[in-house]
Write a protein that binds this ligand. Structure first.
Ligand SMILES: [Zn+2]
Length: 76
């Protein structure tokens, strides 16, 4: 019988299962729309790699921004 948890990661295999288990992340084993195979946030549905890349992009953009405005650092 197949378990609800992914064999490799130990995380739930679907967002619904993750919600039920109270897990902040899940792992479907399928690539996201950008081709990453990584954990996905239960709350946002975003893959961790996408999240990391987006955060890095924001960070580096801020480094080279002529106006280093801390107000541009918002959660979204
Ligand atoms: Zn991704």
């Amino acid at each position: 019988m197949e378990t609800e948890l992914d064999m490799m990661t130990g995380y739930p295999r679907s967002r619904a299962a993750a919600r039920e288990a109270g897990q902040p992340y899940f792992f479907t084993g399928r690539p996201c729309k950008h081709g990453h195979r990584s954990l996905q946030s239960t709350a946002r549905g975003e893959c961790q790699e996408c999240n990391r890349l987006r955060a890095a992009k924001t960070y580096y953009a801020s480094l080279y921004s002529p106006e280093m405005n801390p107000n541009t650092f918002s959660d979204d």
